[in-house]
Design a protein around this ligand. Structure first.
Ligand code: 9MR
Length: 562
């Protein structure tokens, strides 16, 4: 298909900060010059030379970069490349990402279950009460001495995980850890961040009110008898493309497992720390979280290797459960993360030995199944409050985080799309948007450690990527940008009869795995994306993708204002 003029120039469709790097990617290796025009007057305000040709490592695409970092005047503009095209318009201003930052957090409100979403807060996406989850069946796989198979428990609230209506502890783990860390890293920013949600105006920051909705659910997922935590709360099968209030099939809590229990321990230990400050508003919550965390930790000490393996489980128990797996075989990272959070909150030495240092080359980017680095981030954040015995380890962690950041930024300045994202095909997994966002978080941690602004600015290249400067030309965030997902694999957005999808949700992004077998226009790694609601492998949304996106965009809002 012939590209439109706008699509020949890829940029952040929202805009740029006056004092940060600004660049667009021109998909025309013959062009040599570009200029910036003011929208409205059409006047040329800046003229520049395009970079040398850059070659994609994924295809025969060739690009040139239009760098206009030195142009800092606030306004609304477009990039023009003679004979090639004129870009979408964009803004240069302070707090240019304010609206998309707020929307990325408000998106969690739209994921709430066990409530109606009234028009006052949800606008045209208002919807009826759904999923009371007050009569949830204990599945045979989850039975224990304290609860028999078939017992009924109440486990309301929480967010729907993604495009489906189920609730998964493992995926809630990294999501909550990321949002709580965003709050701990930028409390001043989040204290001032006002969303329009039912709790707005109470004495708790809105982002924490939102987190509380899911925390209340998570706390019900712990077996009070032994401290173990159920892996998920789910139907037997995925629902059809129906509204939440039409999805009324029986719900089960499934199997207690080591990953779920440790992720729960980490989140509740962190929540105990964060909500301590709000003891007056939420009496007892912080203490209950800490008790729950310690109990979960003890369960995991006794049950250090209980894998959630859905296929094996289906051979053993009736009914079969075929919803999301979030199965993980290796728990060393979950032990380390939970220990890091428990230690930071309590300073209790019993947790310290489980905080292991990874060899530098073994450090991995966080994802739902790999949470080690979340523990590093927390220990580094609270270094000054930790005992002297911990200092050496934390220093080594800081050096690891910075080394990892240096590896991420190596080569960006010759990369076709001028972003940290896209160093290798490994970046383009299922949920690649969250890879870009988590790389951004890693770089921001390095910035906090070194105070070297280059890390913050490289993190911004991935925000640019997510908002349009990429191989697809989409801003992956619903409702924010000129070309955005209109058909995400998200049941409420599909079934509600409203043309626009629920805003502020980030699509999974390019995924050459294309496990959904939908129709894709390209299978090239950085292009394998299709805006089709069939495409759960590239166009679903998920809480563990929105959370790092929120972190990245909110951090930029908090840090780039100068
Ligand atoms: O994000 C998950 C991805 O890493 C896995 O490869 C994929 C297949 O197991 O599942 C993804 O998670 C989905 C979950 O299982 C169910 N809810 C929707 C999630 C996003 O697609």
């Amino acid at each position: 298909a012939k590209k439109t003029s706008e699509e020949n120039i890829r940029l952040n469709q929202i805009g740029y900060y006056p004092n940060a790097p600004k660049s667009a990617v021109v998909l025309d290796d013959n062009a040599t010059e570009f200029y910036i025009v003011a929208k409205g007057s059409g006047k040329e305000v800046y003229r520049g030379k395009l970079s040398e040709v850059r070659k994609s490592i994924f295809s025969d695409k060739k690009t040139r970069i239009a760098d206009f970092s030195s142009f800092t005047t606030p306004g609304t503009y477009a990039v023009v490349v003679p004979q090639t095209g004129e870009s979408y318009s964009f803004e240069i201003k302070q707090h240019v990402h304010d609206a998309v930052a707020k929307a990325s957090i408000k998106a969690f409100y739209f994921q709430r279950l066990s409530t109606a979403l009234p028009e006052q807060y949800a606008g045209k996406w208002h919807r009826a009460f759904s999923h009371p989850d007050n009569k949830v069946i204990v599945h045979a796989s989850a039975a224990s001495d304290t609860r028999a198979a078939g017992a009924i428990i109440s486990s309301p609230k929480g967010w729907l995980d993604a495009g489906d209506y189920n609730k998964y502890i493992v995926n809630s783990g990294i999501t909550m850890g990321t949002l709580l860390s965003a709050y701990e890293d930028f409390p001043v920013y989040f204290d001032a961040l006002a969303l329009s949600i039912p709790e707005s105006g109470n004495d708790i920051p809105d982002v924490l009110d939102e987190v509380l909705w899911n925390l209340r659910w998570m706390l019900t997922m712990q077996d009070p008898g032994d401290g173990g935590v159920y892996h998920k709360l789910t139907n037997e099968k995925f629902d059809g493309m129906i509204m939440p209030d039409k999805a009324t099939r029986p719900r089960y809590v499934i199997q207690k497992g080591t990953a779920a229990t440790l992720d729960f321990a980490a989140v509740t230990a962190q929540a105990a720390r964060v909500f301590k400050k709000f003891d007056k508003q939420l009496p007892g919550l912080s203490d209950s979280c800490l008790t729950a965390a310690a109990k979960a930790w003890q369960w995991a000490q006794k049950n250090p290797n209980i894998v959630y393996e859905q296929n094996a489980m289906n051979r053993a128990f009736d009914p079969d459960v075929t919803t999301g797996g979030y199965g993980d075989q290796n728990f060393s990272d979950e032990f380390a993360w939970a220990a890091s959070e428990l230690y930071t909150t309590t300073k209790d030495e019993q947790y310290f030995p489980s905080i292991n240092l990874l060899p530098e080359e073994a450090v991995q980017l966080p994802s739902w199944g790999q949470v080690h680095l979340l523990g590093y981030y927390t220990l580094i954040r609270f270094q000054s409050s930790l005992p002297t015995t911990a200092q050496q380890k934390v220093e080594a962690m800081k050096s690891s985080v910075v080394k990892f950041a240096d590896a991420l930024i190596n080569g960006v300045d010759t990369r076709a799309f001028n972003s940290v994202m896209g160093k290798s095909v490994k970046d383009y997994t299922w949920g690649s948007s969250s890879v870009a966002a988590n790389q951004g978080i890693e770089l921001i941690q390095a910035y906090k450690i070194t105070n070297d602004k280059k890390y913050l600015d490289y993190a911004l290249t991935n925000l640019d990527f997510l908002l349009g400067k990429n191989g697809t030309g989409y801003s992956f965030v619903t409702g924010h940008g000129d070309k955005t997902p209109m058909h995400p694999h998200h049941r409420p957005s599909i079934a509600d009869g409203v043309v626009d999808p629920i805003p502020g949700l980030i699509a999974g992004g390019p995924n050459p795995g294309m496990q959904d077998h939908c129709k894709y226009a390209s299978s090239v790694p950085d292009e394998a994306y299709t805006d089709d609601d069939c495409s759960y492998a590239s166009n679903e949304i998920a809480i563990n993708w929105n959370a790092p996106f929120s972190y990245l965009v909110c951090a930029q809002e908090a840090l780039q204002a100068k």
